[in-house]
Design a protein around this ligand. Structure first.
Ligand code: PEP
Length: 253
C-alpha cells in the first residue's frame, strides 16, 4: 500500500527567531506547494508563530517539539496544546530520545503528552527506538514494542488516522551512523505488525512510520525504497534548506 511520504525537520534547540525565519523562507522556496508529499518543520517554541506565518499558504506544516496535556494552568516550563495551535502549529513530536534520555521522560509521561495532543487536535509524532546497548544485547524489538504499546495506551483506533510513528535508533541520532536500510526496514515492519495486532491491519497499512537517525541527502534514496519507510524525521540535515530540500525531493518515488 502506498502511503504519502512525510518529511519532518526537527530543529531542536537551534535558531534564533531571525535564523528560523530565514530557514523557513528558504525551505518554503524549494519545498512549498508539493502535491505528492508532506513537509513539516518543528522549530523551537519561540519561533513557532513566525515560522507558521512564513510557511502559511505553502502547504508546509509546523509542529512543536513537545507538549503538555493540559489546556492551561500551573505547569511551569510547559506549553499547552492550545498554545501550539494558537501559534499556528498542527503537530507535535513526543517521546524524542533526547526527552527520554536527558529529561527522563518515560512511556507513561509520553503517553499523556500524546493523548493530550490528540485531545486538542494536534497530530502526534511518537518517537521510539533502542539504545546501542539495547541493540547489542538483542533487545531492540522488546524495547520498541514496549515504547509503542505504552506510548499508544488508551489511544482509540479512530485516532490512529492522525497519529504518526517515528523509529529513531538512539545510536543513530546525531552520530552520522545511520541504520542500514535493512535494519530500519526490519524494525519498521515490526512496528507495522504491532499496530495490526493492537488495532487492525487496515490501520497498520495506513499509519505512516518515519525513519530518523542521521538521515542525509546521500542515504535518503535507499531508505525510501524500503516498503515500510514512509518518510524521515531529520535533525542536523534539516537545519540547512538545501540538504533538507534534497531529502524531501528524494529519488525514486
Ligand atoms: C532527530 O532529531 O530526531 C534526528 C534524527 O537527528 P539527526 O538527523 O541529526 O540524527
Amino acid at each position: 500500500m502506498k502511503r504519502r511520504p512525510l518529511f519532518v525537520g526537527n530543529w531542536k534547540m537551534h535558531t534564533t527567531v531571525l535564523d528560523a525565519c530565514h530557514l523557513a523562507a528558504d525551505i518554503a522556496k524549494t519545498c512549498g506547494g508539493l502535491q505528492d508529499r508532506d513537509v513539516l518543520v518543528a522549530p523551537p517554541f519561540t519561533a513557532l508563530n513566525q515560522v507558521a506565518h512564513i510557511v502559511a499558504e505553502t502547504g508546509i506544516l509546523v509542529g512543536a517539539q513537545n507538549v503538555c496535556w493540559e489546556a492551561q494552568g500551573a505547569f511551569t516550563g510547559e506549553i499547552s496544546p492550545l498554545m501550539v495551535l494558537d501559534a499556528g502549529g498542527a503537530a507535535v513530536i513526543v517521546g524524542h530520545s533526547e526527552r527520554r534520555r536527558i529529561f527522563y521522560e518515560d512511556n507513561v509521561l509520553i503517553n499523556k503528552r500524546l493523548r493530550g495532543a490528540l485531545a486538542f487536535g494536534l497530530i502526534p509524532i511518537l518517537c521510539v527506538g533502542e539504545t546501542l546497548a539495547e541493540r547489542e544485547s538483542g533487545q531492540t524489538f522488546t524495547v520498541v514494542e514496549e515504547q509503542v504499546r505504552e506510548g499508544l495506551a488508551g489511544v482509540e483506533a479512530a485516532d490512529m488516522a492522525d497519529t504518526i510513528l517515528a523509529y529513531e535508533p538512539v545510536w543513530a541520532i546525531g552520530t552520522g551512523q545511520t541504520a542500514t536500510k535493512e535494519q530500519a526496514q526490519d524494525v519498521h515492519a515490526f512496528i507495522r505488525s504491532l499496530i495490526a495486532e493492537i488495532y487492525e491491519k487496515d490501520i497498520a497499512d495506513k499509519v505512516r512510520i518515519l525513519y530518523g537517525g542521521s538521515v542525509k541527502p546521500d542515504n535518503i534514496d535507499a531508505l525510501m525504497v524500503q516498503k515500510d519507510i514512509d518518510g524521515a524525521l531529520v535533525g542536523g540535515a534539516a537545519l540547512n534548506a538545501e540538504s533538507f530540500g534534497r531529502i524531501i525531493h528524494f529519488q525514486g518515488i
